[in-house]
Design a protein around this ligand. Structure first.
Ligand code: SAM
Length: 261
């Protein structure tokens, strides 16, 4: 048999196998398995994208789904007064949360989704030789935060206008990145958390504070809560390792993550 003939036979055989695989149900499964072997495991298998847009969705969400969760609408700057409500201390015990962070005086803290800076200003008193980078995507929130900074004369809080995909933090510079009631609103959670992971120092921690999604009695709209299971799944997908969850707050989980070694 000539080389040409052998080549023709091999090509023909490959064609037959490929056709067989394509048109038989088992073949489809095998081909799917091959096709998805190197695909991002968080991707939506029907569109190949990380996010999925659905027409049928909650009025409190943006119709965009990430790893099975619908992303909540952003709380607008007109809600700033609610963040600063005097009853917050009694309802949520924010000072107890801050004390639990064990901040060192030189720490660089990133408060992402800082809003009015409710947590930024309180944490700043504990890091006199470090700083708090208060990040938000709403210029109006940043304006309110800058006004309060002037009033309170706290120089160690620096406001940062982020984008929906990037908190604009320097690489490997942050000891602690905290998000209080903010992560569930992130429009691009995957991009944001990857950028936050890059901004962390190797020993840095991420603290996610979210209303407990498992508890129907927590009086917050479902999309503005998160279950531990969901949060851990989403952060693991960007290389953030769950370390522990502290459940001492009345309504929120305090979930702590570190970088995977
Ligand atoms: C419910 S408020 C919480 C504010 C603050 N952490 C607190 O507890 O007082 C959520 C904030 O997250 C901000 N936010 C939403 N998506 C963001 C993103 N991708 N990057 C930074 N901030 C974001 C919103 O603009 C809003 O100010």
């Amino acid at each position: 048999m000539t080389v040409k003939k052998t080549l023709r036979r091999v090509l023909l055989l490959a064609l037959v196998v490929a056709l067989g695989l394509t048109f038989s149900p088992m073949g489809n499964k095998i081909l799917d398995a091959i096709a998805f072997t190197n695909v991002d495991p968080t991707a939506n298998s029907s569109t190949g994208s990380t996010y999925e847009q659905r027409a049928n969705h909650s009025p409190d969400g943006i119709g965009k789904f990430y790893m099975g969760r619908e992303i909540a609408q952003v709380m607008g700057h007109l809600g700033a007064g609610w963040l600063e409500r005097p009853t917050r201390e009694r309802e949520e015990r924010p000072q107890q949360l801050i004390n639990s962070l064990n901040l060192k005086s030189t720490d660089v803290v990133a408060d992402i989704g800082a809003g009015t800076g409710y947590f930024s200003f309180r944490m700043a008193t504990l890091v006199p030789n470090g700083k708090v980078l208060a990040v938000d995507v709403q210029p109006e929130m940043i304006e309110i935060l800058n006004g309060l900074k002037q009033e309170k004369r706290i120089e160690t809080v620096e406001s940062v206008l982020g984008s929906v995909t990037n908190p604009n933090l320097p690489l490997a510079s942050v000891d602690l990145a905290i998000m209080v009631d903010a992560y569930h609103e992130f429009d691009h959670p995957r991009e944001m958390m990857s950028a936050i992971a890059q901004a962390l120092k190797p020993s840095g921690r991420v603290v996610l504070v979210e209303y407990r999604g498992e508890n129907p009695l927590v009086p917050i709209k479902p999309l503005h809560k998160m279950t531990q299971r969901q949060a851990r799944k989403e952060l693991a997908s960007v290389g953030l390792n769950w370390l522990e969850t502290k459940d001492f707050l009345p309504q929120q989980h305090v979930m702590i993550f570190g970088k995977k070694a």
